[in-house]
Write a protein that binds this ligand. Sequence first.
Ligand code: NAD
Length: 497
Amino acid sequence: MDMTVPFTDVPGLFIGGEWVPPSAGRDVIVNPATEAAIGMAPMGGPKDVEAAIAAARHAFDAGPWPQMPVEDRIAVMRKFLAVLTRRGDEVKALLTAEVGVVYMLMHSAQFAGALDAAEYAIKLASRIEAEPLPIELKPNPFMPGTDIFATGVTVREPYGVVVGITPHNYPLLLNIVKAVPALLTGNTVILKPSQFTPFSALFLGHIAKEAGLPPGTLNIVTGGPEVGHQLTSDPRVDLISFTGSDSVGKAIVTQSGPTLKKLHLELGGKSAMIVRADADLQKAAAMAAFSFTLHAGQGCALLTRFLVHNSIRPAFVEMVKAIAGSLKIGNPADPTVIVGPLIRESARRKTEEYVQIGRDAGAKLVLGGKRPAGLDKGYFHEPTLFDDVDNRSRIAQDEIFGPIGVVTGFDTDDEAVALANDSRFGLNGAVMSANAGAAYRIALRLRTGGVAINGGTGDLFVKAPFGGYKHSGIGREFGPNWLNEFMAEKAITYPIG
Ligand code: NAD
């Protein structure tokens, strides 16, 4: 067992402001790059879920958190963020070992992105205030000679108990993205991380204690589908904010239906990049190569489907192949590594199965397709590229969540748009073209929550709304209206004079 990874010696689950011994025992958690155990994580059971819901419910109903002025909640969350920042090096070491995050990604979305998101949520919270409704002045039809003269305000208030359920791929970012806006807006929270990444959620308990969050305001319960099922079907929970696969998203809709909760679902994707004949080919190829290999393909919004004008497709494929084939694969503890491991053997097996599915469907394997040589330990898979892919085939339609990219040709813009939209997902999209107007027209026609033209800009991460159409989800995270997902609107009206 590697005993050197920070935050892996956890006393228990974090419930009601205390560390509570888990009722379902402990599970070994391994480093996906080495397969070495990094700790024994507490696993929640029914008793823990019950205690966490009771604690969150009591903290909401009895207060003081929901009634506190938003400025006071902001002050607590600023402390929370300051502790997180101060302990940043330990957190990064944990994410490297627990998730397999490579250096480049740690210094963008995985760690720095989490801080940016929290800062942005604080900024939005500082703007929460009652909004005036219009003044209504009209003759009173029931009392001739008098007027109806009235106005009112819309106030936004917390929903109540929020359950945040997160996946394994960006655990710190997504745990922060669930907990921080929900807390800032006065809700109380139960966080349930992926069973593969429990430590990067549980350490937030230390941070909550140090920041002075009132007991029961933030509760952290680990575990798998059973724990998620219990949390999402309990009548005392008011809102579920879920990030994960479309299949689990649909299960949550069913599980939560009888107790009718507000749902926010951030689900999977199979996002297309359209490369027009006039595109900057080198830029398009580099973006494609980095996108389908980023975090070994474990990203919801990654561009993994490349729709390329047939006149430039052979050149595009050669360039992507050269770039993706040269990326260093290995243990993310080495800062020069670009492609790390998949989270578990099951994820690698799924990737391998899709390589076979692609071959069987007649697609042309042009790069990768196997485990990298010389890496006997760790769940690694080579960046893999298929050309000549039928858009209706499974490798073009299913979210693989491994480093596989697929290339399909087109001849007209209409065809490219039809192919891009021929997907059950609708999360992200991209257009590469020297003709900005044509690219914008295409962007308007894509049924996706976001479209980046010629690479877009990273500066808008968290400031632009993010979310999906179709099986990619319901609701939006980030962007100027982000906090509204965690608040109910109430109209208070009154006569004037
Ligand atoms: P997953 O859906 O298997 O699991 C996600 C979470 O749901 C885990 O915590 C899991 O324990 C829990 N869960 C499983 N069954 C449940 C049930 N019946 N009820 C309640 N909870 C349950 O996803 P994963 O493999 O951890 O992550 C990968 C998926 O997440 C991909 O589909 C990816 O696209 C998606 N994702 C989406 C976004 C986004 O913002 N749209 C971001 C990151 C990841």
